[in-house]
Design a protein around this ligand. Structure first.
Ligand SMILES: *[C@@H]1O[C@H](CO)[C@@H](O)[C@H](O)[C@H]1NC(C)=O
Ligand SMILES: *[C@@H]1O[C@H](CO)[C@@H](O)[C@H](O)[C@H]1NC(C)=O
Length: 225
């Protein structure tokens, strides 16, 4: 298994969020325990893609890193890297964290299991990349130092827990789906749903008494198992 070690914590300590501007440079450390598959021939991104596939469809073999099968996950084509290129690999890392840490919610969203769904649903993976982008913008993480109250608030969470961005991503994805259902939306309404999601998150993050991301009301929408 590859473990992604991103230079987040160090940068936060240094009082800077420049890590995102740099395209989030991650170094990868490989630990071989429990992973019999030889993986020396895969790049970190390929390894992460494999892991994402296993999290999404554990009972289905992936036939190749470029494969029509990816479309079942809501990627636009058979090569997911063309979809997440813009978001950097952070969007891939976010999805993988979601799949591993909240498998129940991840599966519900991936397979569209909740509620009365639209005829024209949003594609899961593409929406995920969109959420990564929205969060980076909302939290002002491309700035060397966040210029907004929201950005500063978030950096405090990140300093306490290096998984804060991943966790906020999971909360946001689930909240977005919740808004989607509440608004009885169809793909044409995707941007409106994203805006509503962002407003709700901003309100929750700035509420008094939020000491950890787990205190956000929307955190309760997430299910691990
Ligand atoms: C999200 O997707 C919509 C529709 O495809 C697009 O118009 C918008 O620019 C995307 N937003 C971000 C932040 O990537
Ligand atoms: C960071 O947050 C995650 C997600 O809630 C949690 O599982 C993990 O235990 C936390 N880590 C620390 C060091 O508090």
């Amino acid at each position: 298994m590859w473990q992604w070690l991103c230079s987040i914590a160090a940068e936060v300590v240094a009082g800077s969020a420049a890590w995102l501007g740099k395209g989030l440079s991650c170094v990868c450390v490989q630990s071989r325990e429990g992973d019999a598959r030889p993986s020396f021939d895969l790049t970190p991104v390929q390894e992460a893609l494999r892991a994402l596939w296993d999290a999404a469809f554990p009972r289905e073999e992936l036939c190749g890193l470029v494969s029509e099968q990816w479309k079942a996950m809501g990627w636009q084509g058979k090569d997911p890297s063309t979809d997440f290129r813009g978001g950097g690999f952070i969007s891939l890392e976010n999805l993988l964290y979601f799949g591993r840490n909240f498998p129940r919610s991840f599966q519900d969203l991936l397979l569209k299991q909740d509620g009365d769904r639209a005829m024209w649903e949003y594609p899961f993976a593409v929406a995920g990349v969109n959420i990564t982008f929205m969060l980076i913008q909302m939290l002002d993480l491309e700035a060397v130092k966040p210029q907004t109250m929201l950005g500063a608030t978030f950096l405090k969470f990140l300093a306490e827990n290096e998984s804060a961005f991943d966790l906020l991503y999971c909360i946001t994805f689930k909240l977005m789906d919740h808004q989607w259902l509440t608004m009885r939306a169809s793909y044409m309404d995707f941007n409106a749903v994203m805006k509503a999601t962002r407003r709700q998150l901003e309100t929750e993050l700035l509420q008094e008494g939020i000491k950890r991301l787990e205190d956000l009301p929307s955190y309760n929408l997430l299910k691990r198992y």
